[in-house]
Design a protein around this ligand. Structure first.
Ligand code: 13P
Ligand code: SF4
Length: 384
């Protein structure tokens, strides 16, 4: 144990390197001790995709929507350590009380989907669209899996944030106010949700930021209801229709349960589609003896299988579809982050600049004010 390190206040942060390669049992003991010392001043939030050794230290866990609600409601803590990815920690910083400081144990825990749309590209798309459309008729909607400055862009333009739990209600909100939506960065969540609401595929052009006018004609953009940003989740795009067919052949009667970040061709073959929290609830409520193939992040599916031995739970792909960036939050980084907090030399603070935070909060608050948030079970696409 390095309790002497914890007791001595020093000005320099503890370096990370000595934590690499420490045995798990030592890291776990040090994490427990640091948590004990920090007491109620610390809240550890964990996303459901987090690996087992780390998620067991989370005080509260959830999907993106629930975690943002938990950050907004946190009352006693002074620090939130976020076991998730960068955009989630940014959201927690924007929504938590001003005196709360948010930390991400490894700053390289990003999100490849969030990286597919940046502020410059979205601003340039917006001004290109203004050449061919009336942008006062266009509602910017960003998936929560995006940087804070894109949420701020939405905030400044009267737009809103959505998560996979409430995308349908958010699009309803958008259509009640404007003729069409620009949905970024996940084309699949946008397409799956809008299609379930009756929007035709021909009304959903894809905007490729590398092409002039996003690769579209002015006519196609004028006929659009939802303009879909060309982004995707590298984890959920690994599930294919062939995997569904294979499971149905091998296990007649099996139910296919997938996340709406999966591509439309997989959604078409699935039985039930819904957010991470919805997937959890569905399996909890499923009868003993039922059989499921689940298309979402690997760690969550393995945990569900272990927690429900009375049900047959399979992972819907022969490939290892895990969120590699979320996986960067490991025991060494968590121990390092917490011991630095104990020592008073915090590392890896996530602080959204005040002006950005103000506008991002406007877009997040519009989402959090939606009525459906009392029922995170809502799914984007009904069961077949
Ligand atoms: P939810 O947490 O909204 O289900 O989204 C899944 C995801 O990909 C998180 O990054
Ligand atoms: Fe991003 Fe996909 Fe990982 Fe979620 S699962 S954090 S969308 S890469």
């Amino acid at each position: 144990m390095t309790s002497s390190l914890l007791a001595e206040p020093v000005s320099a942060s503890l370096p990370f390197d000595p934590y690499r390669g420490l045995p798990d049992d030592e890291l776990e003991a040090r994490i427990r001790l640091a948590k004990e010392r920090l007491g109620d001043s610390l809240l550890i939030l964990g996303h459901h995709y987090q690996q087992d050794p780390v998620i067991r230290f989370a005080d509260l866990r959830g999907d993106s929507l629930r975690l943002s609600q938990l950050a907004a409601r946190s009352e006693t803590c002074k620090s939130i350590v976020f076991c998730g990815v960068h955009f989630m920690a940014e959201t927690a910083d924007v929504l938590s009380r001003p005196e709360v400081e948010v930390y991400l144990p490894d700053l390289s825990a990003g999100c490849s989907m969030a990286d597919m749309a940046d502020l410059d590209a979205v601003e340039s798309a917006w001004s290109d669209l203004a050449e061919v459309l009336d942008t006062s008729d266009l509602m910017p909607v960003t998936y929560i899996n995006s940087t804070a400055d894109l949420k701020a862009f939405c905030g400044r333009h009267g737009g809103i944030v959505c998560t996979s739990s409430n995308a349908r209600e958010v699009l309803d909100w958008a259509f009640a106010r404007r003729k069409r939506a620009l949905f970024f960065p996940d084309q699949h969540l946008g397409r799956n949700t809008a299609r379930a609401m009756g929007v035709h595929l021909s009304e959903m052009p894809v905007w490729d930021p590398r092409l002039p006018l996003g690769g579209n004609t002015p006519e196609a953009l004028n006929a659009s209801r939802v303009i879909l940003w060309k982004g995707h989740c590298s984890v959920h795009q690994m599930f294919k229709p062939a995997h569904v067919a294979q499971f149905r052949r091998q296990f007649p009667g099996i139910k296919i349960l997938i996340h709406p970040e999966c591509m439309m061709e997989v959604v078409d073959q699935a039985d039930i589609v819904g957010s991470t929290e919805f997937i959890l609830k569905t399996i909890e409520q499923a009868p003993a003896g039922s059989s499921w193939a689940i298309g979402t992040e690997l760690h969550l599916v393995h945990r569900l299988a272990a927690a429900h031995p009375d049900k047959a739970i399979h992972f819907l792909s022969p490939m290892v579809c895990m969120c590699a960036t979320m996986y960067r939050i490991d025991l060494p980084h968590l121990a390092w982050c917490l011991e630095n907090l104990v020592q008073g030399t915090p590392v890896n603070r996530i602080k959204v600049p005040p002006e950005t935070a103000h506008h991002a909060r406007a877009a997040l608050d519009r989402m959090l004010a939606l009525k459906s948030l009392a029922t995170p079970e809502s799914s984007s696409v009904p069961a077949r």
